[in-house]
Ligand binder design. Structure first.
Ligand code: MN
Length: 239
């Protein structure tokens, strides 16, 4: 920020109304978790990589981003997005960063975690597929309004760092996705350490850590229920 901009900010002198800060509730607290950036890990469960037509071998992780204001808080309905007729659910463990840095060593990575949440990486699969075919970026498929439902952040001080336990998703009471956090190809410390070599992580960053197999389409009226052992549940209705 230049000197002039800093002075303007101090005076609250914005040319337009200040955009709201996206926040997520913290379980067991009145405090809110402010969201800075949203990173997502692609193909982090072997069975999902296979179902998407890829080799499950341990290649370096890759990342894409959503926008902070794409968060859909717990309790709100998911509006079926425009320009797509193939919108998919992806149940994911969300890592909430409380302490940032760059080139974070593996053994210090978990110290950077504030807590964890139950999330959904909602995807316009048809638009993502077109983007892949045309070698274009993925934003149209991934970073649209309400594309990142996320439940309350549960502090690591309360639950530790879950690295095993069931992650599953039901649609209208029928099991659609089942996996275990211990199937993550890249574990939480590895994701944080690797990502911090590419970007400077900061408090408020969220990392959607990838989805197990079984992804599929939803329709208006469907109710998605995600459960992650030790973290919690998130129910979202499609409207
Ligand atoms: Mn995903």
């Amino acid at each position: 920020m230049t000197g002039e901009a800093a002075v303007a900010q101090k005076a609250g002198n914005y040319a337009i109304a200040l955009p709201p800060i996206t926040t997520i509730e913290v379980q067991g607290s009145d405090a809110l978790f402010p969201v800075r950036r949203i990173y997502c890990v692609g193909r982090n469960y072997a069975a999902h990589a296979v179902e998407m037509g890829h080799d499950p071998d341990r290649e370096p992780p890759f990342f894409f981003q959503k926008n902070p204001d794409n968060i859909l808080p717990a309790g709100e309905d998911f509006p079926y997005p425009p320009q797509s007729s193939d919108v998919h659910f992806e149940a994911e463990l969300v890592i909430a960063i409380g302490k940032g840095g760059k080139d974070i060593p593996l053994e210090q990575a978990l110290d950077c975690v504030f807590g964890y949440g139950v999330g959904l990486d909602m995807t316009r699969r048809d638009l993502q597929g077109e983007a892949k075919d045309l070698r274009r970026p993925w934003e149209v498929g991934k970073a649209f309004e309400s594309s990142a439902p996320c439940g309350a952040i549960v502090p690591a001080s309360a639950i530790g760092h879950p690295d095993a336990g069931e992650i599953r998703l039901d649609v209208n009471g029928k099991r659609r996705q089942t996996g275990d956090l211990n199937q993550m190809i890249w574990k939480t410390p590895e994701i944080i350490s690797y990502l911090s070599g590419l970007f400077t992580l900061a408090p408020g960053d969220l990392i959607f850590s990838g989805t197990p197999s079984g992804v599929g389409a939803i329709e208006r009226g469907d109710v998605m229920l995600v459960h992650i052992d030790g973290v919690g549940e998130l129910e979202v209705k499609v409207v």
